[in-house]
Design a protein around this ligand. Structure first.
Ligand code: SF4
Length: 107
């Protein structure tokens, strides 16, 4: 193997490894499952898929208009049926959802 071929080989291996790492990262991002109300941690946080179903007697700080779409921890695009919630490790939640860790945007 000449010096030039060795250099090309090293560059190609590096490019291939980088592409593989990025592909794995992409798969990991896509693999986040949707959060369910049955999830034990979600349940402890009072998570609801529909904020209108929040137990207002139990979660007295809940206010009308609060939902995942107005929470700073939600990063779904407007119009998307689900978006990642950083509080729940990037698991997907609907914009209509709510949990007691709600943090208003612009707060
Ligand atoms: S932290 Fe915010 S975005 Fe996440 S589930 Fe609770 S209210 Fe929704």
């Amino acid at each position: 193997m000449s010096v030039c071929n060795r250099r090309q080989f090293i560059v190609r291996v590096g490019v291939g490894a980088s592409a593989l790492a990025l592909a794995r990262l992409g798969v990991a991002e896509e693999a986040k499952p949707a959060l369910t109300e049955d999830d034990a941690y979600a349940k402890s946080m009072g998570f609801k898929l529909d904020a209108s179903q929040v137990d207002r007697a139990k979660f007295t700080k809940f206010e009308e208009g609060q939902s995942c779409s107005t929470c700073q921890l939600y990063s779904g695009a407007e119009g998307d049926p689900l978006g990642p919630c950083s509080f729940f490790g990037g698991r997907l939640v609907p914009p209509t959802g709510w949990c007691r860790n709600f943090k208003p945007k612009n707060a």
